[in-house]
Structure formats: structure tokens, C-alpha cells
Design a protein around this ligand. Structure first.
Ligand SMILES: [Fe+2]
Length: 455
């Protein structure tokens, strides 16, 4: 065991190869890691007395009796048990972070919507106060559905910690780098990466450089996992080795601290006199993880036609109905377009699922204009949508040589539940009133002849 090292005030396990410094590769592995030598018990979970005087504690992410292939839990060996990391609670207002059901009678959610990037203000905003809920779906009380948020972070959390009992968070940065100092280790995150913060995990979020903006999918339901590849086989799409879970890291720090907890859509605070990030060693399969989206290996049409966009699914969170996701996280990244005699952009469609998209980088092929990096769009349940006229004409008349769709990275949070706009999304965020006009100039090309009118 090498000497531990320090990052952001936390003592972190060392001895990891340079390739994965600070992280362990894999998705859903049974990991083990210790920031001090010998802190992890050998061959058992709960010794009579733990090394270093640590407390053993289990963090369960699934019911004790969940089927073994779905069962997730982590054993933590920590300076204080978690009961010392909360006291009495008081309710606080975090007015821009909303939970489902959040149906505002004055807001119309039926429609096709698109937003410009939400700009930063001169306010000092942390991960908590900078969260802006755009849509909610399902019901936080029954652990179904989701919420989508934009975060605008201009300040680090100081002696402040947070966890959500309601949800796991899928974080999609668009601008600026963030550091998540969690109970189980440190994740540094930048645009074109994503992170998953499990339900119940305590963490603090720091800003690594300038202001940060990005998207969050708050998953109230069953955890995200990798989709089945079916006939595709054992490789491509998101590969397990490209996910990274942090090594153990802890801080032994006495300081008056605030812990904020999201529980049943409400926020509560409690005061303690030390840092709760005190897990010296842990083993298990319930842990935060990050993933570099540029390692996603897309599969696509190699002769004709356009497959369903589910071909680009990175992660899926089940709903209980087989094949019908509570949430799919879908990535549209650069790729080659080679299909012959084919309308290559996404076709026109109505979908029983509700599609919320965000642009991380570049230009999206079905909407060459108006969908800016940092922007979002919503095509709700059974609302028709598809390419605008510019995209339609380009795809209908262009020469179908192999072409690289470059400089593009956008994503979709797709859910089986209709999404409701928050008051913020409808009234305060930069909603494009004219979005629906993007289909105005689509012409009638039917003239009764088999050739149609393509003038
Ligand atoms: Fe769609």
C-alpha cells in the first residue's frame, strides 16, 4: 500500500495506476478501497472492533431482499457513524428545486418547447441554490418518474453538505468543471463527462474554475443501469470499463457544518460540528461513478433507414414494465452517416414517451439553428415533432455520400411519464416563443403524381 495523498482536503487512497489515478474502472463492480492501510476488514463486514477505531456501517441502495443481480449496498468504515452526521431537522426553502407532482394550473405543458441557455446572473449560487427545475414527471412520493434541472453554480459549498433521499442524480455538465467531494471519494467532472450520484450519498460540490452550468436528471425510481445490447453482443455502446468510481477519501475535520437533505420533495437542514465525509475505507457496489461520453461507441445504420433513437441509449432506468423506461439517457454524438437512399436525420414522429433534450456542444442535425449549447427542448407525450424545413430540405436534396456528422453532442432524458413545466421554465427561463414556427415553412409536396412536387 502506497502512502495516501491529499485532494481538496480529503485524504485519498493511493496505489492506483496512472491510467486511472483516483478512480477504479467498471460499472456496478464490487469495489474495495481504503485510504489508510488495513482500514478495510478482511473476510468479513462487521468485526467486533474495526481497525483505527472506525465504525462499520452499511449503505443500502436496494431493498435487503432484492434479487442478487440487482442488490446494491456498500460497507463503509468511518470515523463516526452517520447518526452523528444529522441532528434535529428544520425545513428550509429551496424555491427553484421542485419535485413531482408539480402541476401549475397556469402553465401549459402541452406543446413543443425550446429554451435558449439559461444565463448566469451576478448572484452567488451553490449546487443547492443554483438548481433550476425545468420539468417534473411522475411522483416523488411513490418513487416513480423524474425531474430535469439546469444548474448554475458560481460558488463552492463551504462546510455545507447535501444528500437526496428522493433520488439519484445524473449530472451532465455543459460549461465549467465541478468537484464532487463525496463520502465514498472525489469525482472531478467536466463537460462531455457525466456522473451518477446515488440516492443517500452525502457530498459537497466545489467549483474548480469559472462558473459552471449543466443539466441534471433527477431519477426518483429504480437506478440507472446499462441497457441490454441484444443481438449487438458484448461490446460497443457504453462499455463497462469506461466508467470510473473514485477511490476512498476522507477528511477528519472539526468545523461547524450544515447538512441539507432533500426528502419527499422538501428540504431540511441540520447542524453538526464536523465533516461527514469521514469514510476511510469501503467495499461494495453502491457508489458514485463518472463516465466520459467521448468513449461511447455508437451503433447505426450501415446500409439504409434510420434506427430508433434507442440505439443511442447510454443508461436506462427501468419502470417495472419491461422495455418501458422510467428514464433513458440517450446520447447523440458525432458519427458517420452512410445510409443509402435514406432520409438521414431523425424522421417525423409522435412518441408515447416524453423527450427532453439538451445540447452539450455543437449543432444538432435535425435543428441546425436555434438549439444552442446549453439550450433545452421538450417534446412531450404524443406531441409531433421532427426536422425543421432547413434540415428536411438539406436531407431530401443532398448527395448521399458518406458524411461525418461532426461537432455535435446532445442528449435526451426520455421518460414514460409526461413532463410538466415548472413556473420557472414557463415564465423565467428564456423560452423561445417562436419555436413551433420552425415547421411553418414545410411545404405540401403532394400533387397527386407519384413523383410529388419537389420544386
Ligand atoms: Fe423525438
Amino acid at each position: 500500500m502506497n502512502e495516501p495523498n491529499k485532494i481538496s482536503g480529503l485524504t485519498r487512497a493511493a496505489g492506483i495506476s496512472a491510467l486511472h489515478e483516483g478512480y477504479m474502472p467498471g460499472f456496478g463492480n464490487d469495489f474495495e478501497t481504503e485510504a489508510l492501510p488495513g482500514a478495510l476488514p478482511e473476510g468479513m463486514n462487521s468485526p467486533q472492533r474495526c481497525a483505527y477505531g472506525l465504525y462499520g456501517e452499511q449503505l443500502s441502495g436496494t431493498a435487503f431482499t432484492a434479487p442478487s443481480h440487482q442488490n446494491e449496498r456498500t460497507w463503509c468504515y468511518r470515523i463516526r457513524p452517520s447518526v452523528k452526521h444529522t441532528g434535529r431537522f428544520s425545513k428550509i426553502d429551496v424555491p427553484y428545486w421542485q419535485s413531482a407532482p408539480n402541476v401549475d394550473p397556469e402553465v401549459i405543458s402541452l406543446g413543443q418547447y425550446r429554451w435558449d441557455p439559461v444565463p448566469h446572473s451576478d448572484q452567488s449560487l451553490t449546487w443547492l441554490t443554483g438548481m433550476r427545475t425545468m420539468t417534473t414527471a411522475g411522483d416523488v412520493y411513490t418513487q416513480t418518474g423524474m425531474a430535469s434541472h439546469i444548474y448554475l453554480v458560481t460558488a463552492s459549498m463551504r462546510d455545507e453538505y447535501f444528500y437526496s433521499a428522493d433520488s439519484e442524480l445524473l449530472v451532465v455538465p455543459q460549461e465549467g468543471r465541478l468537484r464532487f467531494c463525496t463520502e465514498l471519494g472525489v469525482i472531478d467532472l467536466e463537460p462531455r463527462e457525466i456522473a451518477i450520484l446515488p440516492r443517500g450519498l452525502v457530498y459537497r460540490v466545489e467549483l474548480l474554475d469559472g462558473p459552471a452550468r449543466g443539466f441534471v436528471c433527477e431519477n426518483y425510481g429504480q437506478k440507472f443501469h446499462l441497457p441490454s445490447r441484444g443481438p449487438i453482443g458484448a461490446n460497443c455502446m457504453a462499455n463497462r470499463r469506461d466508467f470510473k468510481t473514485p477511490v476512498a477519501a476522507f477528511e477528519d475535520r472539526d468545523a461547524k457544518s450544515r447538512v441539507v437533505i432533500k426528502w419527499q420533495g422538501q428540504f431540511h437542514e441540520t447542524s453538526i460540528d464536523h465533516s461527514p465525509l469521514d469514510v476511510v475505507a469501503w467495499h461494495g457496489n453502491y457508489a458514485p461513478v463518472k463516465y466520459d461520453l467521448t468513449t461511447y461507441c455508437p451503433i447505426g445504420a450501415v446500409l439504409f433507414d434510420h434506427p430508433d433513437p434507442s440505439i443511442f441509449t447510454v443508461l436506462t432506468a427501468p419502470s417495472g414494465v419491461e422495455g418501458t423506461a422510467n428514464i433513458d439517457f440517450v446520447l447523440f454524438r458525432e458519427r458517420w452517416m452512410v445510409a443509402e437512399n435514406t432520409f438521414r436525420p431523425p424522421w417525423y414522429h409522435k412518441n408515447v414517451m416524453s423527450e427532453l433534450m439538451g445540447n452539450i456542444h455543437g449543432q444538432y442535425d435535425a435543428k441546425p439553428q436555434g438549439f444552442a449549447p446549453g439550450g433545452m427542448s421538450l417534446h412531450n407525450m404524443m406531441l409531433p415533432h421532427g426536422p425543421d424545413n432547413e434540415a428536411f430540405e438539406k436531407a431530401s436534396f443532398g448527395e448521399l455520400r458518406p458524411g461525418k456528422l461532426d461537432d455535435t453532442m446532445s442528449f435526451m432524458f426520455e421518460t414514460r411519464f409526461p413532463q410538466h413545466l415548472t413556473r420557472f421554465a414557463a415564465r423565467e427561463a428564456p423560452l423561445q416563443d417562436d419555436y413551433i414556427d420552425c415547421w411553418d415553412s414545410l411545404k405540401k409536396r403532394f400533387d397527386g403524381t407519384p413523383e410529388g412536387n419537389w420544386d
